[in-house]
Design a protein around this ligand. Structure first.
Ligand SMILES: NC(=O)c1ccc[n+]([C@@H]2O[C@H](COP(=O)([O-])OP(=O)(O)OC[C@H]3O[C@@H](n4cnc5c(N)ncnc54)[C@H](OP(=O)(O)O)[C@@H]3O)[C@@H](O)[C@H]2O)c1
Length: 336
């Protein structure tokens, strides 16, 4: 029998549902190289392709379906990078199978689904966290610390954008209504999350417009004013038809913080600019694998009972905001 000490130091044994692009390229390699985790198995509807894609982890077991992964007794934690419409179903199944879940953003299609998922986590005693990896990057942590310390005074305005040109990818999950695609769901959820993290609470009202091309199933632009009450606002936009672009400005009464690469700083050095009256500070951050920081945090929470850095309360508020934006724009959501 293993002693408690041995169990505490044993790596968390992970499974992955699908050979999704983000899993193969970023998160599974991060689990594989993490200091406290081991990649045990992957389930894919296309196991031959999955075997090729997971060549970086030759010991990983490839199952032909997702159920076999969640029922594998060796596995403790499952990473879910399925299309948005499948997050709720597979998260709930996995939690009920007694496994912890790190699920891709946005956690669910609606806040109601998110609440059911959160309840399933409580009922089963398993951990559930939405995979907003940028929150684990030291630059995001630093920015939130500067705001909390009052460096720029009371925050009154946040402007944040995230876009890329999806081009002609008709089969992309992001363009399919049945899979809960759309620019707000895919990239607009990041600016919403940033605004909520900076202000520390959800907006009290929103006003939004979205654009759906005549031949399209889902919106490709979303532009929103988030009202955080007392003269505090967020101005956010997302698009599938603009060049690759992301930026955030946090403007307080005494200064402002500019984050040129707020969401996918990835493996390059980044810089955040803190501009105060008569003083400009350029804070540099070394390249870091934010996905690895995310999975290591999650594994530490499993092993040592630490509190999750991203709470489900925050996640549900994000989902409420997404729905409020779509409602404000008279966009039918969820699309039936
Ligand atoms: N945090 C981040 O940095 C980040 C970045 C990109 C995406 N994401 C999120 O990650 C999730 C996946 O995005 P992705 O771009 O990686 O997706 P993707 O490459 O299209 O992969 C999705 C996978 O889901 C599986 N799947 C099951 N049912 C499907 C269906 N009906 N249609 C299509 N695929 C189906 C397929 O895997 P098998 O064939 O192997 O079973 C497919 O490869 C989304 O929720 C997205 O928002 C997060």
């Amino acid at each position: 029998m293993q002693s408690n000490e041995t169990v505490l130091h044993a790596p968390v044994r992970w499974g992955v549902l699908s050979a999704a692009n983000i899993g193969v390229k970023r998160v599974a390699p991060a689990i594989h190289s993490s200091s406290n985790g081991r990649l045990v198995a992957v389930g894919s509807r296309n196991p031959i392709r999955a075997r090729e894609l997971f060549a970086f982890a030759p010991d990983v077991h490839i199952y032909e379906d997702y159920d076999s992964v969640i029922n594998d007794p060796e596995i403790e934690a499952i990473y879910i990078p399925l299309p948005n419409s499948l997050h709720a179903e597979w998260t709930i199944k996995t939690l009920k199978a007694g496994k912890h879940v790190l699920c891709e953003k946005p956690l669910a299609v609606t806040a109601e689904q998110g609440l059911i998922m959160a309840q399933a986590a409580r009922d089963t005693g398993m951990l559930l966290m939405e995979a907003f990896m940028y929150r684990f990057h030291p630059q995001t942590v630093w920015v939130l610390e500067q705001v909390a310390a009052g460096r720029i005074g009371e925050v009154k305005l946040i402007r944040a954008s995230f876009s890329f040109n999806i081009g002609s990818r008709p089969h992309d999950i992001r363009l399919q209504a049945a899979l809960a695609g759309g620019s707000l769901m895919d990239v607009g959820c990041y600016p919403i999350n940033l605004c909520r993290a900076v202000y520390g609470y959800a907006p009290v009202a929103v006003g939004a417009r979205v654009y759906t091309p005549a031949e399209g199933e889902v919106e490709r632009y979303a532009s929103t004013v988030l009202d955080f009450d007392e003269g505090c606002f967020g101005l956010i936009d997302s698009s599938f038809e603009l060049p690759t672009r992301q930026v955030a400005e946090i403007i307080g009464e005494n200064g402002m913080i500019t984050i040129p690469l707020p969401f996918t700083p990835g493996h390059i050095e980044t810089m955040v600019i803190l501009a105060l009256e008569g003083q400009t500070i350029q804070q540099r951050f070394a390249p870091v694998d934010q996905y690895r920081l995310e999975v290591e945090h999650f594994a530490n929470c499993i092993r040592f009972g630490h509190q999750l850095y991203l709470s489900l309360e925050e996640t549900i508020e994000n989902l409420v905001t997404i729905e409020a934006i779509y409602q404000s724009a008279s966009y039918p959501w969820p699309i039936k």
